[in-house]
Design a protein around this ligand. Structure first.
Ligand SMILES: NC(=O)c1ccc[n+]([C@@H]2O[C@H](COP(=O)([O-])OP(=O)(O)OC[C@H]3O[C@@H](n4cnc5c(N)ncnc54)[C@H](OP(=O)(O)O)[C@@H]3O)[C@@H](O)[C@H]2O)c1
Length: 212
């Protein structure tokens, strides 16, 4: 688990609850958010640097701030990413000019693609980042047949992530595969709408449903 924010901690806790062992990585080996998470999660949870976590994991999650993700993955070490499924939950939100944030990359490129280009041997699967952390691991907390999206170049990696999402409670028919990693442009460019929807509905706990 690369990232000590609410997404890393929420997904990390769900994974431990499901019986996985999770090492949470940070820029520092003794990050206080990670330490609190380890203490409250108990057996199966540990912490370290980004490199420690990446070396430990069979499957990796990028849950770092989008503007720091390439730096975080660089610190994790290419050798620790090669050949592994890397679930990219980040959004390229740039808060440097205030709120609402802008996208640091968009239109003809995406953070998902930048990560895949920077680490060509990693199997990047963009997933989950169109919903709040609580909804990611508890889709049944919202009514309706709402959807989640996955994108990536490696079919086997996407199948593995689909199984993982099903273990989080996402029914198979609600997981929409949008295609290769360039589809991350679409799911990342959804964020400006997501932010406005949050303001309009007054809560981050919502999702969208594709009807046809
Ligand atoms: N919050 C949500 O519900 C939600 C929903 C969908 C998607 N997302 C996306 O998920 C990601 C994580 O969100 P979050 O709210 O949990 O946490 P966050 O505050 O966006 O990110 C925290 C993590 O980013 C790392 N980080 C920040 N700047 C860095 C840099 N320059 N170099 C290396 N690492 C850096 C931090 O490292 P340290 O541990 O060293 O501090 C920390 O581990 C973001 O990309 C966000 O857009 C969030």
């Amino acid at each position: 688990m690369l990232g000590t924010g609410s997404v890393g901690r929420t997904i990390g806790s769900k994974l431990v609850e499901l019986g996985h062992e999770v090492r949470m990585g940070s820029r520092s080996a003794d990050n206080e958010h990670a330490a609190e998470w380890v203490a409250s999660t108990g057996e199966g949870a540990s912490q370290g640097t980004f490199a420690d976590a990446a070396a430990f994991g069979e499957l990796l999650f990028n849950c770092t701030a989008g503007t720091g993700s390439l730096e975080a993955l660089g610190a994790a070490g290419e050798e620790n990413l090669n050949g592994k499924v890397l679930v990219d939950v980040s959004n390229p939100l740039d808060f440097s000019r205030g709120r609402p944030p802008t996208l640091s990359v968009c239109n003809d490129d995406s953070l998902g693609e930048q990560i895949q280009r920077a680490f060509p041997e990693a199997k990047v699967v963009k997933a989950l980042q169109t919903v709040n952390a609580a909804v990611m691991v508890s889709p049944a907390s919202l009514p309706g047949e709402h959807n989640i999206f996955i994108c990536g170049n490696d079919e086997g990696a996407k199948a593995e992530v689909e199984r993982l999402l099903q273990s989080f409670g996402w029914p198979a028919e609600r997981i929409l595969d949008l295609g290769d990693i360039s589809s991350a442009r679409a799911t990342e460019m959804y964020l400006p709408l997501w932010l406005r929807l949050m303001g309009a509905v007054g809560s981050p706990n919502f999702n969208i449903q594709v009807v046809r």
